[in-house]
Design a protein around this ligand. Structure first.
Ligand SMILES: [Zn+2]
Length: 288
């Protein structure tokens, strides 16, 4: 557990397998283009054996003075619709086991904040009960930006029908503006680009500030090459603009950045480095 003023933050890791070849994620990341960065990225962010990017899948449990909050819910169980297959193994209970192991039951969660509605961020929104998808967190409001919800509904994929619609039908979705504020400790920032209604989640307590940045940046590689867009970005120019603004804004501050896919411990500070930006990982001894 990490303390941010009076807020407690715990990363809940689902997967940590180096499954992505660099060019699966970034078209520009050919072996030749990666060569100058190889030594800098290995072994933490780039697997020296497989040559694949190391990108875990992580959600964050946040306990404030008033609320028990989950930010994102990883890939989930019994969801087989996205690549890579390793992220969607059937009957994967590992993430839920880790949540339970920190003393939290699904019914304890007050809010689920969804940075966006891609398959590796909203999978545990629901679970299969007697052949039907039901909200995993029965007492939670699921906070989703209106733009993200409507865009995902328009696409009509199984992500919407499996992970979002059952929650809406249970009356648990709270559609919000991109700059929604829950209270003085938790609020959203519009960070559109990777998806149509992508948001970052800000946390503040006793002058300590953290931001869960979702997928506005995927890998430390983009600290050196922030203009290399992820192949799943919704609007490439907007995604680049959002990433550059975010990096500039938080660089050389004490703001704790909580990432979705940086190597463990996945949390740290943005600093300047020999390739532009760099990341100082927190000294974290918790159970990842
Ligand atoms: Zn992601």
């Amino acid at each position: 557990m990490l303390k941010l003023g009076k807020i407690r933050i715990e990363p809940i890791v689902e997967h940590n397998v180096p499954v992505y070849r660099p060019t699966d994620m970034f078209d520009e990341a050919t072996p030749q283009a990666l060569e100058p960065y190889r030594e800098w990225l290995e072994p933490l962010a780039l697997c020296p054996i497989s040559g694949n990017l190391i990108m875990p899948v992580i959600a964050y449990l946040v306990r404030t003075d008033h609320h028990m909050i989950l930010i994102d819910t990883c890939c989930g169980k019994d969801k087989n619709y996205a690549e890579p297959a390793e992220w969607h193994e059937p009957a994967n209970e590992l993430w839920m086991t880790r949540l339970l192991s920190v003393g939290v039951k699904p019914e304890d969660i007050d809010f689920v904040f969804c940075t966006h509605l891609h398959s590796d961020h909203c999978g545990w929104n629901t679970r299969l009960v007697d052949g039907r998808w039901e909200p995993t967190f029965p007492n939670a409001k699921y906070v989703i930006s209106r733009e993200e919800y409507l865009d995902t509904e328009r696409e009509g994929s199984s992500i919407f029908t499996d992970n979002v619609l059952p929650v809406a039908q249970a009356g648990q979705v709270q559609l919000v503006d991109l700059d929604y504020r829950l209270d003085d400790q938790v609020w959203l920032e519009p960070t559109v680009g990777h998806s149509a209604g992508h948001v970052a989640v800000h946390l503040r307590s006793k002058n300590r500030h953290a931001v869960m940045c979702g997928d506005l940046i995927h890998s430390p590689l983009q600290l050196a090459e922030p203009r290399w867009n992820c192949n799943s970005d919704w609007n490439i120019p907007k995604a680049i603009e959002t990433r550059l603004t975010f990096l500039d804004e938080h660089c050389e501050t004490d703001h704790l950045i909580l990432t979705s896919h940086f190597p463990l411990p996945s949390m740290g500070n943005i600093v300047t480095g020999k390739f532009g930006f760099d990341f100082n990982y927190v000294d974290y001894c918790g159970c990842l």
